[in-house]
Design a protein around this ligand. Structure first.
Ligand code: PEP
Ligand code: MN
Length: 263
């Protein structure tokens, strides 16, 4: 069902009157995690100031260590909805438990399935029953074929509103947090009819590489970019090293726009 052979036209999603997958690139930006009402409000202002429509913010955080900040959970989803309404932003957040899908559908505009859950097939099947778009991230060690099969699970369960998101894979290279598989973008665009995004924050893990990675992604045909922005990255409860502050974010959007690949 994901195959372009069976469905030659691009799948275009309409969210808050914005079209994803029709050739115009979009940016999903926001903090790694929702931390407080104030933090999210400041982040939303930074996102809105750049004229964007989509804000991210993790509420259920899949952390490597059980002792790290795990997110605000349901409360985080509610804060996201509230900020989304205040600023007129569509909101996206990761869901890690099939039992939270109902709440997710109520509070979110896009439901994210994270890299660590790309092959959580029960979660994929639940996401397939939703009437909301799903942004599916590539697993840390997943092949492109496995990634497409995971999207197939969602489609086969009845939901055809899917965004694929390349977020870097595990290799022996240590210069970046993960290795951005840039050719995954044109391959996924050839093989499937689904919109493809690139998460430049989690793939590179380096602020100095966000602009080149985003430019490369757009140049090879990505339908959008995901990047993290936090009002005070130094105080962030997760990913403090690679989140942009509002000023850096402004510069990021400026550089992308100046490249002619965005807006
Ligand atoms: C995220 O986007 O918040 C995240 C945890 O990313 P990933 O699942 O790609 O690691
Ligand atoms: Mn993060």
């Amino acid at each position: 069902l994901v195959s372009r052979k069976r469905h030659p036209e691009n799948t275009v999603l309409t969210i808050k009157e914005e079209k994803i997958g029709d050739g115009i690139a979009h940016l999903i930006a926001g903090p790694c995690a929702v931390e407080s009402e104030k933090q999210l409000d400041d982040a939303a202002r930074a996102v809105k100031a750049q004229g964007l429509t989509f804000m991210r913010g993790g509420a259920f955080k899949p952390r490597t260590s059980p002792y790290d900040f795990q997110g605000l959970g349901l409360e985080g989803l509610k804060l996201l909805r509230q900020a989304g309404e205040t600023y007129g932003l569509a909101v996206i957040s990761e869901i890690v438990d099939p039992r939270d899908m109902e709440a997710a559908e109520k509070f979110l505009d896009i439901i994210q399935i994270g890299a660590r859950n790309m092959q959580n097939f029960e979660l994929l099947k639940e996401a397939g029953k939703l009437s909301k778009p799903v942004l599916l991230k590539r697993g840390l060690a997943a092949t492109i074929e496995e990634f497409m099969y995971s999207a197939e699970y969602i489609l086969a369960s009845g939901n055809d509103q899917i965004i694929l998101c390349e977020r870097g894979i595990r290799t022996y290279e240590k210069a970046t947090r993960n290795t951005l598989d840039i050719t995954a973008v044109p391959i996924l665009k050839q093989e499937t009819h689904l919109p493809v995004f690139v998460d430049v924050t989690h793939s590179t893990g380096r602020k100095d590489l966000l602009v080149p990675a985003a430019k490369a992604a757009l140049a090879v045909g990505a339908d959008g970019i995901m990047a993290e922005v936090h009002p005070h990255p130094g105080q962030a409860l997760s990913d403090s090293a690679q989140q942009m502050n509002p000023k850096e974010f402004e510069r990021f959007v400026y550089d992308l726009t100046a490249s002619g690949l965005f807006n």
